[in-house]
Ligand binder design. Structure first.
Ligand code: AMP
Length: 220
């Protein structure tokens, strides 16, 4: 994955690993509030592209709606383009990429410096409930849950009053497919990073504040 016209990108990347619903996006958003990090969620980038009706969005939508992965060539190109837009030495929390071996290799070969991969460990049987109850603010992106983190005013975001949405791929049938894809294609990346001595682990099956405390220990 060469950088543009030989320019050094040199951003520092922490990869966030974990199944859909493991809470990595929530933690990344919290961490970014203090301004030292940039949260790059490839899922968010794709959803924005769909909303805009761009070529990328149109190509990605069918895969996403079915709970499948968007093809590697599209995703690697997308990451490459996005990384080029950051200032040197930016600290990126990379959420949702890599999801396959090919993507992980491409990231290692890029000019981004992957310093660590943090694995959010949650027992498999909790994931479906966590994802299907998820609600996301259409305005600021804050994440709520109908049981575990309900908004004070039902249907409205606590932060900005924006409308809370239920993602089309957060319905049970699609969630089961996404989890199947995760176990098959993405879970093996835990080993990929372990072999490179980059793997750290967080127990993500505890209250958000406790997960946050464990997560923060990896950034000193
Ligand atoms: P997420 O918001 O991370 O759960 O991603 C939502 C959907 O976007 C996934 O189910 C995939 O269809 C697609 N997607 C996001 N990131 C990637 C990626 N790195 N590789 C392939 N597909 C992706």
């Amino acid at each position: 994955m060469p950088s543009s016209e030989g320019a050094e990108v040199n951003v520092e990347v922490t990869v966030l690993l974990g199944a859909p619903g493991s809470g990595k996006g929530t933690q990344a958003k919290e961490a970014c509030k203090e301004g030292n990090f940039i949260h790059l969620s490839t899922g968010d980038v794709l959803r924005a592209a769909i909303k805009k009706g761009s070529d990328l969005g149109q190509k990605a939508q069918t895969f996403m709606d079915a709970g499948n992965l968007v093809p590697d060539d599209l995703m690697i190109g997308l990451l490459e383009d996005t990384l080029k837009g950051y200032e040197k030495n930016s600290r990126i929390l990379l959420d949702g990429f890599p999801r396959t071996d090919t993507q992980a290799e491409a990231l290692e070969e890029s000019s981004a410096n992957v310093t660590q991969a943090i694995y959010f460990n949650v027992p498999e049987d909790l994931l479906v409930e966590r994802i299907t109850g998820r609600r996301v603010c259409g305005n600021c992106g804050a994440v709520f849950h109908t049981s575990f983190r309900p908004a004070e005013d039902d249907g409205k975001c606590d932060n900005c009053g924006g409308e809370l949405n239920h993602r089309a791929d957060d319905v049970e049938e699609v969630v089961r497919k996404r989890l199947e894809v995760y176990w098959k294609q993405t879970e093996p990346l835990i080993d990929f990073y372990k072999k490179r001595n980059k793997l750290k682990e967080v127990n993500a099956n505890q209250p958000i504040k406790n997960v946050q405390a464990e997560f923060r220990k990896f950034f000193v």
